[in-house]
Design a protein around this ligand. Structure first.
Ligand code: 13P
Length: 338
């Protein structure tokens, strides 16, 4: 394990105004995204779409890393350049999603556990050869009333995240540790803070027990935010304050960066929240983004599978990258969306 290398890759991903583009949708997820804009999810359409993302001019100013799916790491541009090489040549670090998705946690109805630990060491060796320098594992925690998630559900997911992170670091791959407390549900922001706090406590306790180097990892949590079906809306400032309070309490200062997921927020809200958190800084860690939908939804809506929409799709991505780059410095304002 090369601690210096892990530290330097983790820091490079979140340096200055940079964050992460999460383009690691699994086959069922990308199908859902394509369905929403009437595009058939064929291997070639997925390749074409990702080529648009990765060849957009200027994204390297705000994107330090891109998370890829297994299929995408093996794909190339139309003229034969492997995507991982294309990204590295542009100064963007390629990464890979390595969990195999969340399944039902046996004997805990309604709760989920991410699978994919068996054979992970061998898969990581291959991904490293294909050019991945970091990896991501997503654990899914759902809130339902006061009994879900159970303490055991949280512990089981934290344990799996820590085993994954240790395996990554053993092979000099930076782990992005993603415990996602879902926004689905009618819970308020206070309940989200309570659950997120418990999850982060459990995750860092397991990471520590597994001897994970905090300086050589990134955390990808949810923001502390009310559920989508909650009728009490929170202001941008309330979300920023609750999220920073929770992170300050439970995320060690040794972690170089927190890269938030967007989790179903609109692109504008995700940028606004990131901006408000950075305005509260300085913080012990970089406060950044690892957005999937909040970067890509406007791109998909502009593209719709049609080659003649290429430039407007690229424009949509460049715009989101620029605005999130400004939010990294607390310099974004809503009027800039116009
Ligand atoms: P969203 O930003 O759309 O939540 O996606 C991030 C991600 O990588 C989920 O695993």
């Amino acid at each position: 394990m090369d601690n210096d290398r892990l530290r330097s890759v983790a820091n490079a991903i979140v340096t200055r105004e940079k964050g992460v583009l999460a383009a690691d949708e699994s086959a069922p997820t990308i199908r859902k995204r394509f369905d929403s804009v009437g595009v058939e999810s064929t291997e070639e359409n997925r390749r074409r779409y990702r080529e648009i993302l990765f060849t957009t001019a200027g994204i390297e100013r705000h994107i330090g890393g891109v998370i890829l799916f297994d299929e995408t790491l093996r794909q190339s541009t139309r003229d034969g350049t492997p995507f991982a090489r294309l990204l590295s040549d542009r100064g963007i670090i390629p990464g890979i999603k390595v969990d195999k998705g969340a399944r039902e946690l046996a004997l805990y109805p309604g709760e989920k556990i991410a699978e994919g630990l068996d054979g992970l060491r061998e898969r990581l060796v291959e991904y490293r050869q294909l050019g991945a320098e970091f990896a991501k594992w997503r654990a899914v925690i759902e809130i339902d009333g006061h009994d879900m998630p159970s303490p055991f559900g949280i512990r089981a997911n934290a344990h799996a995240l820590a085993r994954y992170a240790a395996l990554c670091q053993e092979l000099d791959i930076v782990p992005i540790v993603e415990p996602e407390v879902l926004m689905d549900g009618a819970h308020g922001i206070d309940r989200c803070e309570e659950v997120t706090s418990g999850v982060l406590q459990a995750v860092f306790s397991e990471l520590d027990a597994h001897r994970v180097l905090f300086e050589g990892m990134l955390l990808k949590p949810n923001m502390v935010i009310a559920g989508k079906r909650c009728d009490r809306c929170s202001s941008v400032e309330q979300v920023a304050e609750a999220t920073i309070r929770c992170m300050t309490r439970y995320v060690p200062a040794a972690v170089p960066g927190i890269v938030f997921l967007s989790g179903g927020q609109s692109a504008e809200d995700a940028t606004d929240h990131l901006n408000a958190m950075n305005r509260m800084g300085p913080h012990p860690w970089q406060v950044s983004f690892s957005y999937g939908r909040a970067l890509q939804a406007p791109v998909l809506a502009a593209w719709k599978g049609d080659e003649s929409n290429l430039e407007s799709a690229r424009h949509a991505l460049a715009k989101r990258c620029l605005l999130n780059g400004l939010a990294r410095q607390g310099k974004y304002a809503r009027y800039m969306e116009a």
